[in-house]
Design a protein around this ligand. Structure first.
Ligand SMILES: *[C@@H]1O[C@H](CO)[C@@H](O)[C@H](O)[C@H]1NC(C)=O
Ligand SMILES: *[C@@H]1O[C@H](CO)[C@@H](O)[C@H](O)[C@H]1NC(C)=O
Ligand SMILES: *[C@@H]1O[C@H](CO)[C@@H](O)[C@H](O)[C@H]1NC(C)=O
Length: 139
C-alpha cells in the first residue's frame, strides 16, 4: 500500500513537472531607465532591442508640472499634435502606468510641449512571449 501511494505521488509529481506551466513574464518597463520621461532623450533608441508583450507595463516617471502622458493616433504622433488624445494616462503625480493590454501599436507623447523635444514613444505590443528556448537547433 505504501509503495502504491509512493507511486501515485511520483506519478502526480512527474505530471506536474511535465505540464507546461505558463511563465509569468509580464514586465514593467521604466521608460527611459534612469533618465525617465524627459526632453532630449531618444526614445526610439530606448525602444530598440526590446519586445513588448500583452500584459507588460510602461512606467513613466517625470516632473508632474512639466509633462504628461497621452496616447494619440499615428498621424498626431508624427506631427506632435495632442489636441485629441485617444487616452490620457496622466494621473497627476508624475508617476503613470500605461498597461499594454491591447496588441497594437501605441503612440505616446508628452502633450505639454515636450513632444518636439523628443518626448514621444511608440511601441508595438505583441501577443505572446516566445516559448522558452528549446535545445539549440543543429546546423
Ligand atoms: C488621427 O486623428 C486625427 C484627428 O482626429 C484625424 O484627422 C486623423 O485622420 C487620424 N489619423 C489616423 C491614422 O487615424
Ligand atoms: C489628463 O488627466 C489629468 C488628470 O485627470 C488632467 O488633469 C489633465 O488635464 C488631462 N489632460 C488632458 C490633455 O486631457
Ligand atoms: C486597458 O487599460 C486601460 C487603462 O487602464 C483600460 O481603461 C482599458 O479598459 C483596458 N483595456 C482592456 C482591453 O483591458
Amino acid at each position: 500500500m505504501a509503495r502504491f501511494t509512493v507511486l501515485i505521488v511520483a506519478a502526480i509529481l512527474a505530471f506536474l513537472v511535465a505540464a507546461p506551466v505558463p511563465e509569468v513574464t509580464a514586465k514593467k518597463y521604466l521608460v527611459g531607465d534612469k533618465k525617465f520621461w524627459n526632453p532630449y532623450i531618444n526614445y526610439d533608441t530606448w525602444v530598440q532591442g526590446k519586445h513588448f508583450y500583452l500584459g507588460d507595463w510602461l512606467y513613466f516617471v517625470y516632473y508632474r508640472d512639466q509633462h504628461n502622458i497621452l496616447e494619440v493616433n499615428k498621424t498626431d504622433y508624427e506631427r506632435c499634435i495632442s489636441d485629441h488624445p485617444i487616452r490620457n494616462y496622466t494621473r497627476g503625480a508624475g508617476r503613470d502606468i500605461v498597461p499594454l493590454n491591447v496588441t497594437k501599436q501605441y503612440y505616446l507623447l508628452d502633450g505639454r510641449g515636450g513632444c518636439f523635444k523628443g518626448m514621444k514613444l511608440t511601441v508595438t505590443v505583441e501577443k505572446l512571449p516566445p516559448p522558452p528556448k528549446s535545445a539549440p537547433v543543429k546546423h
